[in-house]
Design a protein around this ligand. Structure first.
Ligand code: BMA
Length: 322
């Protein structure tokens, strides 16, 4: 059996696959777990990140106000389903009033939690911050020049360097895009850029663009990467979720990549909303002991939803054995 390299999380959200289902990724019966207008002045919470923290969970949420202003808020949950979300945006210690932020990821490396998101620096690019306690947040230098999105840090240094995936883009809705990788010794200066995956290599469902999703999950067979893949229809973009396995010490090399999506908009909360037909994964929590994986994803730029898989099932799917 393949193994997750990482912590156990016996209290993670989990639902067994329904007996009649043969899906590789199955949805929570409680979806969407965060509904419309979840807080006063907040219209929608979606595309958000969750990490285990001190026997419970912390979320860094993409909230959008009733003026459609995207920003980050901290939330806390005992079970990963029911969330208490703060009534104010995260106040970064050294960032002035700059609150514009969306599509966060959170990654723990050694004893520090890093938040990565899409910021505005003369156009979209990758913002970074660190915290140890989710009370004080320090902004670091932006990682890249504009235009870039979908910055995703790996959960450990590789060959002595921090490693980040990103998706160079344009200033608008970006009708193109591949996943690249960059390295840094100090999280400030980035280089040794490598191309990791091209759009469209796994089918028409991702023939417009692709972008990294949650922080890659380390396994004894390599890093498991969930990503979003986008196709264009006469009614707009459709965002699905794909999966691939990257080499452990050379994550710019793809070992396997699934040839079809593992989650695509099918439920009303994924097909109907502020932006229809979007599933957009930004976080996972997993249990090394059982190989269980819970995936947090944004649905239709309106809701937060949960789906599940296990390491053995998703790896078999990626390798084409299912
Ligand atoms: C992308 C990002 C995501 C969003 C998606 C669909 O460009 O802005 O936050 O989910 O578009 O609208």
């Amino acid at each position: 059996m393949p193994k997750i390299i990482g912590d156990n999380c016996p209290y993670m959200p989990w639902e067994e696959r329904p007996v009649e289902s043969d899906e590789v990724v199955w949805r929570s019966t409680r979806n969407p777990i965060i509904k419309r207008n979840p807080l006063p002045g907040v219209a929608r919470i979606f595309n958000s990140a969750v990490v285990p923290y001190e026997g419970a969970f912390i979320g860094v949420f993409r909230a959008e106000t009733d003026q459609t202003f995207p920003h980050l808020r901290i939330g806390r949950s005992k079970d990963g389903y029911l969330w208490n979300i703060e009534d104010k945006p995260i106040a970064f210690e050294n960032a002035g009033n700059d609150q514009y932020a969306y599509d966060p990821r959170v990654v723990k490396i050694e004893d520090t939690y890093y938040i990565i998101w899409c910021t505005d620096f003369h156009g979209p690019t990758i913002g970074l911050a660190e915290t140890k306690d989710f009370k004080r947040f320090k902004r670091l230098e932006n990682a890249f020049l504009p235009f870039n999105r979908n910055g995703v840090l790996f959960p450990r240094k590789i060959n002595g360097r921090y490693v980040m995936l990103s998706r160079p883009s344009d200033s608008g809705h970006t009708p193109f895009g591949d996943i690249f990788l960059s390295e840094s010794e100090d999280l400030e200066f980035w280089g040794r850029h490598r191309h990791v995956m091209a759009k469209g290599q796994s089918g028409w469902w991702e023939n417009l663009k692709i972008g990294g999703g949650p922080a890659p999950i380390e396994t004894d067979e390599g890093f498991l990467l969930f990503y979003h893949g986008v196709t264009q229809t006469c009614n707009g973009f459709v965002y699905s979720m794909g999966a691939a396995l990257l080499e452990s010490e050379h994550p710019e090399r793809v070992r396997y990549r699934a040839t079809s999506y593992c989650l695509t908009p099918e439920k009303a909360y994924e097909e109907i909303g502020f932006v229809p037909n979007v599933v957009f994964p930004c976080a996972t929590v997993q249990d090394a002991k059982t190989g269980r994986i819970a995936i947090y994803y944004g649905a239709a730029d309106t809701y937060t939803a949960l789906a599940f898989t296990t390491l053995d099932k998703i790896l078999a799917f990626i390798k084409g054995d299912l």
